[in-house]
Ligand binder design. Sequence first.
Ligand code: GLN
Length: 485
Amino acid sequence: MSDLNKSTLLEIINLIKLKKISSLEITNHFIKNIEKSKNLNCFITTCFEKTIKSAKDFDAKKDFSGLLSGVPLAVKDLFCTKNTKTTAGSKILSNFIPTYESTVTDNLWSEGAILLGKLNCDEFAMGSSNETSFFGNTINPVGKNLVPGGSSGGSASALAANLTPATIGTDTGGSIRQPASFTGTVGLKPTYGLCSRWGIVAFASSLDQAGPMTKNVEDCALLLEAMSGYDEKDSTSINKKKENYSKNLNPKINGLKIGIPKEYRVENMPKEIDGLWKKGIDILKNSGAKIIDISLPHTKYALPTYYIVAPAEASSNLARYDGIKFGYRSIKGKNLIEMYENTRGEGFGDEVKRRVLIGTYVLSSGYYDAYYLKAQKVRRLIKNDFDKCFKGVDAILTPSTPSSAFKIGEKSNDPISMYLNDIFTVPVNLAGIPAISIPAGHDSKGYPLGLQLISKALDEQKILNLAFAMEKSIDFKQSFNRWWE
Ligand code: GLN
C-alpha cells in the first residue's frame, strides 16, 4: 500500500471505496500519528472511543453513498460538536459541551466523514499565530520554533503533519489562508453565505466564513462541495443549488483575465515574496491567461477598517459569556455584577479583552459615527473597488501573506505588527468574496510561501480551476522527517 502519510483526501476515499483499507484501519493510522505528535499541540480534544466506534459502524454498514465515506476528519474547535467539548480556544468555554451540531460539521458527517478531534485555535479565532489560545500555542511542523499562523493554526499544523487527511477552519480576516500559507497547504475562504455559520462560535458575524484546508486543490474542491449549502437556520445563508466543484475542476484557463493590483506591492515587502508573485504571474501567462494591471485604491484602509468592524461585532457577540447558562463561572464576587466581572475577567485572555475594549469604544455613543459608521462606509468603498475590477478581470492574483512563518513570541507583544500580517487577506472578508491560498514556493530559510487568487462572489469554481492549473506548474514539494515524534 502507498505511504498513507503522503496520501491525499481523495486517495484515502478511493482506498476505502475499493476496500483496500477499512475505515477503522485508516482511523487507527491517524490516531497513532496524533498520539506520537503531542509536541505540536494541535489538538484541544480527542474523542478516540467515539471515533473508533463510528469507524466500526461505517465498516459494518459500508454505505459508500457520501462524498467522504468513512474518512476521519479533525475540525477547528470553533465548530460546535454535539456531546463533544467545544472551547473556541478559550478558558470561558473550557467546559462547554454543546447539545447541538454545527451545520457545516453536520454536512461532513452526512457525507460519511467521522470526527477525529477538535483542533487548537486562537481564542475566539482572534489572532494570526495561534498564540492566544488558552490551551497553549501550536507548533508549525515546518520548524520547531515557528508559529503555524492563525487563527486556524491547529488545523493547518495537523494537516501538514498528517494528523488528519484534511480539515476545516474559519476565516474572518485570513484565518484559513494565512495558516495555509505558513504550512505549505491549501486553504479557501468561500463567499460569505456559501457555508452556514450556524453552530460556529461567533467572532465577527458579518465576516466569519468556514472553509476547507487540504493538501491539494482537488481535495479542496471536494471538501468545499461537502461542507457548503443553503441552511435555513442561518439568515445570511445563500439559497442556491449546490455546486459540483470537484467534478467541474478544469485546469484549462486559456483566455482568462487576471488582475494584478498595484496597491498590494507594499513597502518593505521581502524580495522573495515579490519574486514569488512574479513567478505566479509567469505561470499564469504561460498557461494562456492574460495579465492586466489593476488598481484597488482603498486597499490601504482595509486593515484599519477591519480592526474596527471585527472588534465591534466581537464585543457584541461576546456579551453572552456571563457565566450564567453555560461556560466558565468565577466563584469570586459578592453579588451578580461582581460574578459577571470576575467570570469575564478570568475567562477571557488578553487579546480577547483588547478586542472587547476596542469594540465597545468604537460603538459607544460619542465615537460611533467617527469610527464604526466611518468604517462601514469605507468597507463599502473597498467592496466597490473589487466590483469595478471584476468587470474587467476574472480573478486577482496576490501574495497570501507579507512574510513566511515567524518565530513563536516574535510578534506576540506587538499587536500592530501581528495585525499587519493580515494585510493581504482582510480586504476579501470585508468584500464578502472568495479567495484561495496555494503553496507556491519556499523562502531562503526553506519556509513555505503562498499565493492568493481572489474572484467575485460565488465564482469559487474559477479560482479553484486557476489554482488547479497553477498547482500543476508549481509542483510544490514538502516533506518532513517528523522531527516532533
Ligand atoms: N488575524 C485576524 C484577527 O486576529 C483574523 C482572524 C480570523 O480570520 N479569524 O482578527
